[in-house]
Design a binder for this molecule. Structure first.
Ligand code: ATP
Ligand code: MG
Ligand code: MG
Length: 360
């Protein structure tokens, strides 16, 4: 018995609200949009901006614990809720670190895990210094607010002959994203990408799911495959990093940690998301306890559930017009269809996903 407040009303909030209902808990979705995928399934909602203190107070009064489903919730909102005495999980530290790629990388290195080479970029001069430091190819990313590959641009080796074309490429990159505080990253020659979905309970208990192998198309996650084709040693290395991050952040809830896997089998942290993660959607159909239930358990102060995987699976995102295949998918054996109830299938918009169980 209890009520969970959720900041953000997208598909992640929708699936969290559904999982909460399965545990007999109520949810209140808080978001600025007048319509949101999560409204359909939540017990209640509040439409207000994240800076509306009256509305935030209403949420704090109504909810026994509060969480968020997207990482760009203003940290001030979380701090304000906390000063009102609300329990917010995960806390402000995990959130603020994840909102800035520079602080995120400094944190990851501080706890002894590897990142791509990087250099903060505030002007054209620091971009050029950065290119000397991290080499080419490189990726220029905005420090804040990027997602689904937005706010990034590549500087390729072909641009790198230090001729006029190179200067042009730098200027282009600067125009694209450099105008905002940015970070230049060396391109990691990865053999594959994996992610670990982990959880830490209010009692400090940590549970980690198997690594998923992820393929991105146009900067957006396309598929997550279980099991990942990596050695046990690589999987253990990734798990160890995720566990350290959870402990160091004094984290409560589910985290998604993205890794690049090198030829050597070593792992490099790309980024983490302080929330349930798209590359963990397979847990809905291939585990007894999904990442959504796990997160709600943690936020509500329940014991965490068993993250064991009972099946092999491939999760495929339904992006934009992909969703129109729903009727064919619905007849496919062992295909678990999940749709988010979004009316308009805009290009690049996540409309749903299908998880195919490939072996038990
Ligand atoms: P998300 O939607 O996962 O939050 P994002 O916009 O934060 O995405 P990143 O995860 O930084 O973007 O990058 C998206 C993808 O681009 C990565 O999964 C990877 O495929 C590629 N990529 C990003 N940075 C690097 C890098 N330094 N080296 C090689 N590939 C990279
Ligand atoms: Mg990201
Ligand atoms: Mg990413």
């Amino acid at each position: 018995n209890g009520t969970i407040g959720i900041l953000g009303g997208g598909q992640l909030g929708r699936m969290l609200a559904t999982a909460a209902a399965e545990l007999g808990l109520k949810t209140i979705i808080y978001c600025p949009e007048k319509t949101a995928p999560a409204f359909d399934v939540a017990s209640d909602h509040i439409i207000a901006s994240y800076t509306d203190e009256t509305a935030l107070k209403k949420l704090a009064d109504a909810a026994d614990a509060i969480t968020y489903e997207f990482e760009n919730v203003p940290v001030e909102a979380v701090n304000f809720l906390t000063t009102l005495g609300a329990i917010v999980r995960p806390g402000a530290k995990a959130l603020s670190m994840a909102q800035d790629r520079l602080y995120e990388k400094e944190f990851v290195n501080k706890i002894g895990a590897a990142t791509a080479a990087y250099h903060p970029v505030d002007d054209l001069a620091s971009l050029k210094t950065g290119l000397d430091k991290v080499g080419r190819p490189a990726i220029l990313k905005t420090r804040r607010l990027g997602y689904d590959g937005k706010g990034q641009t590549r500087i390729t080796t072909e641009d790198a002959d230090l001729s006029g074309a190179y200067e042009e490429a730098i200027a282009f990159a600067w125009d694209e994203v450099g105008a905002a505080p940015s970070i230049l990253e060396g391109f990691v020659p990865f053999v594959c990408e994996i992610s670990i979905i982990g959880a830490r309970g209010a009692d400090g208990d940590v549970k980690l799911y198997d690594p998923a192998q992820n393929v991105h198309k146009n900067g957006i996650l396309a598929t997550s495959t279980l099991p990942a084709k990596v050695s046990d040693d690589t999987a253990d290395k990734a798990r160890a990093v995720a566990r350290r991050m959870l402990d160091e952040l004094d984290y409560v809830g589910v985290i998604g940690v993205e890794f690049f896997v090198l030829e050597s089998g070593d792992v490099i942290v790309n980024e983490y998301a302080p929330r349930v993660h798209n590359s963990g959607h397979w847990t809905q159909d291939a585990c007894a306890i999904s990442q959504f239930e796990q997160h709600i358990r943690a936020v509500a102060g329940w014991p965490l559930g068993d993250p064991a995987r009972h099946s092999n699976a491939v999760m495929e995102n339904l992006i934009g017009d992909d969703v129109h295949q729903w009727r064919a998918l619905a007849t496919e054996p062992q295909a678990c269809v999940h749709l988010y109830g979004k009316r308009e299938a805009r290009p690049g918009r996540k409309m749903g996903h299908v998880t195919r169980i490939t072996a038990r």
